[in-house]
Design a protein around this ligand. Structure first.
Ligand SMILES: Nc1ncnc2c1ncn2[C@@H]1O[C@H](COP(=O)(O)OP(=O)(O)OP(=O)(O)O)[C@@H](O)[C@H]1O
Length: 240
């Protein structure tokens, strides 16, 4: 498989707190990598480092072989890294459609399709078509989560970073979300998904990585990783 994203020996500290500690991994084209880890393990920080929201202290991040370590977030977005945020902050005074147009204007515009057509297709894909003209600030939790996913998609990413999008959803809503994320992957988008809702993650992930104290604890086949004694101890508090 072709490597799409490569994270090599990346470290980040906030003061004395080492949050990412010489972390290395690669994401191949077509993969759906799930990330699990206890609260405060450094998962969102890893996304911030990949998307360029924060800068690494050391190490290297590359996309399709190009070093993006020192690129600002908007350039990384244009190169193909799209992301959602744990706390969705859409432009509340703008409509759902306008929110997508803003996101599309940041993206790569790779498909040659107009921003309007891209946004219409994403509205349909994420179940927001009938809410296109609603103000984003008036949406329910589920629809805000859909919009967060839709905004990330509107940038037309090759690598999509999803940060805890299943939390707080009902069982039925989580199933819809799983179907949606699997559909996105089938369209050729590679995915990294941080999620505490383990059954949702397991329904999508082709590979699973567990992070603890900013380090990689396990990485591989999802079921094998879940069965590993280290993961049971650290993530589930079960002693082997
Ligand atoms: N900008 C920052 N300044 C100072 N400390 C930070 C900053 N961002 C994160 N941290 C700290 O780094 C640690 C890791 O945070 P991070 O959000 O990456 O964890 P996480 O694994 O995503 O946790 P959760 O599962 O609770 O979302 C935490 O102790 C957090 O308080």
């Amino acid at each position: 498989m072709t490597q799409l994203l490569s994270v090599e020996n990346v470290s980040k500290a906030f003061g004395q707190l080492k949050v990412t500690d010489k972390l290395s991994f690669q994401l191949a084209q077509g993969e759906a990598l799930g990330i699990l880890g206890p609260n405060g393990a450094g998962k969102t920080t890893l996304f911030n480092l990949i998307s360029g929201d924060i800068k690494a202290d050391s190490g290297r991040i590359s996309l399709k072989g190009i070093d993006i370590t020192h690129q600002p977030a908007h350039r990384r977005c244009r190169q193909g890294i799209g992301r959602s945020y744990q706390i969705a902050l859409p432009f509340g005074g703008m409509t759902v459609f306008e929110n997508l147009l803003v996101a599309a204007s940041f993206g790569a515009g790779r498909s040659g399709t107009s921003a309007n057509d891209i946004c219409m297709a994403i509205l349909a894909q994420t179940g927001l078509l009938d809410k296109a003209n609603r103000l984003a600030g008036t949406l329910t939790l589920l629809d805000r989560k859909r919009l967060e996913l839709a905004r990330a998609l509107a940038t037309q990413p090759q690598v999509l970073l999803l940060d805890e999008i299943a939390g707080g959803l009902t069982e039925q809503e989580a199933l819809q979300l799983i179907e949606m994320v699997n559909g996105i992957r089938r369209q050729g988008v590679s995915i990294i998904w941080i999620e505490h809702v383990v059954h949702a993650l397991m329904a999508v992930a082709t590979r699973l990585m567990v992070i603890d104290f900013g380090r990689k604890l396990a990485d591989g086949d999802p079921q094998a990783v879940m069965n590993s004694p280290d993961v049971k101890r650290v993530y589930m508090g079960i002693e082997a």
